[in-house]
Design a protein around this ligand. Structure first.
Ligand code: SF4
Ligand code: SF4
Length: 381
């Protein structure tokens, strides 16, 4: 297992965690086997998402964790309810409190990351920040019921607004190689309703989505990732918007190579699925490389690095994707570059670019790598 720092929380989280949504409604034995597989996989998996509001699934997970609760960081959602036996979002404080306090009780009296649930629109934003909801969340943190404040979103514009309030310490966001290609004005969840995500809208990685990930790095908002397989559509030959389906490992690699991402939380419902996902750590670079699929579609943003690492190896030992990532973040505000970006640059920059051009001839996205290496040297060294 690889661990990564979740932004300003400073917590070291497993690069792959567990989304528990698909365990809902499953028998306890299946929940236990799935969680055991995750826990037993090499070094323990240490972050999981529990957004489901139902008492039974929450209790099944907590029981399966047993004495390992302290070793597992839990993302628990505030405002997730199942009134009328359906998933619902509530901002009604007594209802919100009832569901969250039950979650607290079930998971040993504290939740590691208290997630303000589902902030996807201006209306959602108002319902959280112009009511007592945000104050309740602040109180939970003060009382130690939650250790950090997080939120979940699928909308880059709204997510940016939430981060600007200064309240959240981290964020859960939907990231995959199809959602990122959709214009920011598209609401990604509507693309999961039909047969497939509409690839006709793809224009290359959307600048506003890319901007969000860089902004998160700058503000030290660590990201955990949901919908990394686009609800399975990206893996399916019938439903993929690309010429061919992506693999589990390509999708995970894509998400993990976005700036600020600390952990991907794929939803697994069996021990076999956990095993498959964890195979990422033993997969070779060719198996994880997603550049061939992305480069086959329209790209209006040629010249922007997608951090795929297809240009490696570099004779000077430079981690080219990492240097480009540092440069992109530094350019957001070149007068205030954080020490962590400078450190990441130093770790990635090898012994200096010798301008051999090998990377540029290999890059399918027309990135001016040599010029970028010079710019990074000037800004970051
Ligand atoms: S041009 Fe520079 S960064 Fe690219 S492969 Fe050669 S040495 Fe590495
Ligand atoms: S320079 Fe090109 S090949 Fe290298 S990481 Fe960036 S987009 Fe990928």
């Amino acid at each position: 297992m690889i661990y990564r720092t979740l932004g300003k929380t400073g917590m070291e989280v497993s690069a792959i965690g567990l989304g528990c949504e698909h365990l809902d409604g499953k028998p306890y034995e299946q929940v236990r086997e799935t969680i055991y597989e995750a826990l037993d996989h090499g070094v323990n998996i240490n972050i999981m998402d529990v957004f489901m509001p139902g008492r039974e699934i929450r209790e099944h997970i907590a029981k399966a964790l047993g004495g390992k609760r302290k070793e597992m960081m839990v993302q628990g959602h505030i405002g997730s309810t199942d009134i009328n036996k359906q998933y619902d979002i509530s901002r009604d404080l007594p209802t919100v409190q009832k569901y969250f306090e039950e979650l607290l009780r079930i998971f040993g009296g504290y939740i590691d990351f208290g997630m303000m649930f589902f902030i996807d629109s201006d209306q959602n934003y108002k319902d959280v920040f112009d009511t007592g909801f945000a104050t309740y969340v602040e109180r939970l943190k003060k009382q130690g019921d939650i250790r950090y404040v997080g939120f979940s979103s699928h909308n880059p514009k709204t997510a940016m607004k939430v981060i600007e309030t200064g309240l959240p310490d981290m964020m859960m966001f939907s990231i995959n190689p199809a959602f990122d290609m959709l214009p920011a004005s598209e609401y990604v969840l509507t693309h999961l309703d039909g047969d497939h995500i509409d690839g006709g809208l793809f224009r290359g990685i959307d600048p506003q989505r890319a901007e969000l990930y860089k902004y998160c790095t700058q503000k030290q908002i660590g990201i955990t990732v949901m919908k990394s397989f686009g609800a399975g559509k990206l893996l399916s030959p019938e439903h993929t918007p690309y010429e061919k389906p992506l693999t589990v490992h390509q999708c995970i690699h894509y998400a993990l190579s976005r700036p600020a991402v600390a952990s991907v939380l794929p939803g697994c419902q069996t021990a076999a699925e956990v095993k498959d996902v964890m195979g990422y750590f033993s997969a070779d670079e060719a198996e994880k490389d997603y550049s061939g699929i992305l480069s086959g579609v329209r790209n209006d943003f040629k010249g922007s690095c997608v951090y795929c690492s297809h240009c490696q190896p570099c004779p000077a030992g430079i981690d080219i994707a990492s240097v480009n990532r540092c440069l992109d973040i530094a350019r957001l505000d070149s007068a205030n570059i954080s020490p962590s970006i400078r450190d990441a640059y130093t770790a990635a920059s090898g012994s200096g670019c010798i301008a051999c051009g090998n990377c540029e001839s290999r890059c399918p996205f027309g990135v001016p790598v040599i010029a970028n290496m010079e710019a990074a040297d000037q800004l970051l060294r």
